[in-house]
Design a binder for this molecule. Structure first.
Ligand code: ATP
Length: 262
């Protein structure tokens, strides 16, 4: 997959896959093309950009399809750093979360309201019956990110793309969001996760496999454990240094949920 922007390929010939339930981190220095890769997968690239190569989600070629034109089976859930921008402060949290249950799951309004409260409780939001009536602007950053994760999960996507989901949060909220992401993904029947972060400890805590890019190109990929044992690229060696005191990644499983090809 390539992303062309301003007359140049800012992402160039990138290929990787995510198997069902697999968690993969996309790592790379600042400006290496991680967010543009995430946006290309989500169908949210800025105007004036174009995608080359292929992006398949659940076997459907979505590379040149904007997010709003994609069939529901080929949409990915998204969690971003900027939770203020992700939620509409003029519409209550409950109304925003109710939509996927009404539209995608054909629930009645009453069933959808119940499902929203249950989902917020799963996201460890206390007093969810009260939170559903609030504006996102009345919530803390950590609460907002948990609402964003609930919104992503409510759509029951095969894949969640999380781009720096903990960067703007305090340490306690970071830990809570990582635990929720870990609980909500990574097993059969749960979404796969593409996790983008500068936080190597978080990547190692969540992901079995890493894709490492530099200057828009893939420089290394494979089991995080193997990259830690024998890093083959400058950035991987920096990754190793950051991981020295962190938790080691586990083993990963082997038809891809998401496939990006050069
Ligand atoms: N809307 C845009 N218009 C023009 N250039 C852009 C745009 N968005 C990103 N770029 C450029 O594309 C390259 C990759 O940007 P991208 O945001 O994907 O990097 P990143 O790896 O996510 O960086 P960071 O870790 O700092 O968030 C950078 O050189 C960036 O300046």
């Amino acid at each position: 997959m390539s992303v062309r922007l301003g007359g140049q390929d800012v992402v160039d010939g990138l290929s990787f896959q995510l198997q069902p339930g697999e968690r993969v981190c996309l790592l790379g220095p600042s400006g290496s093309g991680k967010s543009l890769t995430a946006k290309a997968i989500l169908g949210l690239l800025p105007p004036g950009s174009s995608v080359g190569g292929g992006i398949r989600i659940n076997g459907i070629d979505v590379g040149r399809m904007r997010a709003t034109r994609r069939p529901s089976t080929a949409r990915a859930g998204m969690v971003f750093q900027d939770t203020q921008a992700a939620l509409n402060p003029l519409v209550s949290v409950g109304t925003q979360l109710r939509e996927p249950f009404l539209r995608a799951h054909g629930m009645s309004r009453r069933e959808a309201e119940r499902a929203v409260v249950d989902l917020l409780a799963r996201m460890r939001i206390s007093a969810p019956e009260r939170v559903v009536r609030r504006s996102s602007a009345e919530l803390s950053g950590g609460q907002r990110q948990r609402v964003c994760l609930a919104l992503a999960l409510a759509c029951k996507p095969a894949l969640i793309v999380a781009d720096e989901p903990t960067t703007a949060l305090d340490v306690l909220s970071q830990d809570e969001v990582l635990t929720l992401l870990s609980d909500a993904t990574g097993t059969a029947g749960t979404p796969s996760l593409l996790f983008i972060s500068h936080d190597m400890h978080a990547a190692a805590r969540l992901c079995e496999r890493a894709v490492i890019i530099d200057d828009g190109r893939l420089v290394e990929s494979g089991a995080l454990a193997n990259i830690i044992k024998a890093p083959g690229h400058r950035f991987s060696r920096e990754l190793l240094a950051a991981l020295r005191h962190g938790a080691g990644p586990g083993a990963y499983r082997v038809s891809p949920v998401c496939e990006v090809t050069g």
